[in-house]
Design a protein around this ligand. Structure first.
Ligand code: HEM
Length: 461
């Protein structure tokens, strides 16, 4: 870094003269080459682009200039302190219509109020046995000595868990292909080979997304109709999210709009989109890290072997190593590596102007790998979380689940699932990666996933 152009966060919101736009970075070539560079290798490209500044402007063919923000103070401003000046992008509305992830303002607040109680840790404990059963079912279908495609298997697992717990519908282990394919297609909306192109370009990725979404909408409608035929008499006694929502609607306990047929259908698609690849990615990277850091794997095995029986939710408190492996996997490989927003008005950040309507991307991956906050950030070190790191870190320097009022509603659900998956699988099997690459092969969509066909050998312990 030639001069200290980074941070100096803060800046006035109401400058006297119109401030300049942030410069394009000098590290990634001419702006006209940004689209190609970013399509080719999104992670390497942005690391190079943000090497000298925490706020850079990248020129992409479709969205135009995209403002990349890579400092926790910026995150805090966008997600919390100045959140009214940053809204969700049109993209989310087109893709997810009235689902929680896409809506804004009072509509969002009403939906969040209805859904939030279902995602507290206490409520989730009711799902834990169902989660554990799904994890055991998938684990037991692996043959020791064979190889598994871990990306595919964890992706299927997280879908099994979502359907069995939130929707009260068990998917077939080797079946329900149409639903599984459709769920995978939701990722395609944000494919880096398609997203930078103008909305009107009919890319294969957009076509796949639309087909997947339509199919899942039909699935959601069928599930909802089945629940509506037999709504729970007491919504509080319902044992899955859909029954509960249908029960609340039938009992008139919540405002109609938040629970209309269309909204419920959108919530189902949203939960699949938001809860499926995110959680599976976290589990897959945790196993990748275990396979490539023997000292961590030894500590993990020692810990899970202390349990007297099959791991359950009651054991999670006594598995600190497992918990920190998940924490560290979410730092090193944040599934949601970008949190996107749009400037709702002209905003000045550190003397640079972000114009109204501009896409603003919070680069979680960059902050999680920033030496100003983490020692040896490229190393997988769960033990870094042993001491008081959390207290010492600036707010928003660890943001795998975002932050502020729109922080991930499924956070506890995902953490519980990932810890249970590690413990239940890790007690029986070691997932071995022969000739591992130095870094996992990654592909980017809305989440950063391990490339398919990364095969792990299932070894009985
Ligand atoms: C490791 C797993 C997960 C990660 C890394 C993750 C990450 C995130 C992030 C970063 C956000 C904030 C997005 C923003 O501010 O624009 C978010 C929001 C959300 N997540 Fe998650 N998520 C995970 C699991 C889940 C699960 C399991 C569910 C549901 C079952 C879920 C449902 C949602 C929903 C509905 C929102 C929108 C919340 C709102 O706008 O109020 N997520 N998630």
């Amino acid at each position: 870094m030639s001069e200290d152009t980074r941070t100096g966060v803060g800046g006035s919101h109401e400058p006297a003269a119109t401030p300049p736009l942030p410069p394009y970075p000098s590290t990634v070539g001419h702006p006209l080459l940004h689209t190609v560079g970013s399509m080719r290798d999104v992670f390497g490209f942005r690391t190079r682009a943000m090497a000298e500044r925490d706020l850079v402007r990248i020129k992409l063919l479709g969205p135009g200039d995209v403002y990349h923000l890579g400092h926790p103070d910026y995150f805090e401003r966008v997600l919390l302190n100045d959140r009214d000046r940053f809204c969700k992008s049109e993209d989310f509305r087109i893709a997810f219509e009235g689902g929680l992830v896409a809506v804004e303002g009072e509509t969002w607040q009403r939906q969040r109020d209805v859904l939030q109680p279902l995602f507290t840790r206490d409520s989730l404990v009711d799902y834990a046995d169902g989660m554990a059963a799904q994890i055991r079912r998938r684990r037991d279908h692996w043959e020791p000595g064979t190889r598994i495609d871990l990306t595919a298997e964890t992706s299927q697992l997280s879908l099994d868990v979502l359907f069995a717990t939130l929707f009260g519908h068990e998917l077939e282990l080797g079946g329900d292909e149409a639903i599984r394919t459709a769920a995978d297609r939701l990722q395609h909306w944000f494919a880096p080979t398609s997203y930078p192109l103008p909305q009107w370009v009919p890319t294969p990725a957009r076509w796949r997304f639309k087909r997947g979404k339509r199919r899942l909408q039909r699935v959601a409608t069928r599930l909802l109709e089945a629940k509506a035929d037999d709504p729970p008499a007491d919504p509080a006694a319902a044992d899955d999210l859909l029954s509960l929502l249908v029960g609340l609607r039938e009992s008139g306990a919540a405002e109609g709009e938040a629970l209309s047929d269309d909204r419920l259908r959108d919530q189902v698609v949203t939960m699949i989109f938001a809860g499926h690849d995110t959680t599976s990615t976290a589990i897959a990277f945790a196993f990748y890290a275990l396979a490539t850091t023997p000292d961590v794997r030894d500590r993990f095995h020692t810990e899970v072997d202390t349990l007297s029986g099959p791991p359950t939710v009651d054991d999670l408190e006594s598995l600190p190593v497992t918990r920190r492996i998940v924490t560290e996997a979410l730092r090193k490989y944040p599934p949601v590596y970008t949190i996107p927003r749009e400037a709702a008005t002209d905003v000045t950040i550190d003397g640079s102007r972000v114009p109204e309507g501009a896409p603003v991307w919070l680069t979680v991956d960059q902050v999680h790998h920033d030496e100003r906050f983490y020692d040896a950030p490229d190393e997988f070190r769960p033990e870094r979380w042993d001491g008081d790191l959390r207290e010492r870190l600036p707010d928003f320097a660890y943001a795998p689940f975002g932050g502020g009022p729109r922080r991930c509603i499924g956070r506890q659900f995902a953490l519980m699932e990932a810890q249970l998956a590690l413990a239940i699988i890790g007690r029986e099997y070691d997932l071995v990666l022969d000739d591992p690459p130095a870094e996992p092969p990654m592909i980017a969509g809305m989440t950063a996933r391990m490339a398919p066909d990364t095969e792990f050998r299932v070894v009985e312990r």
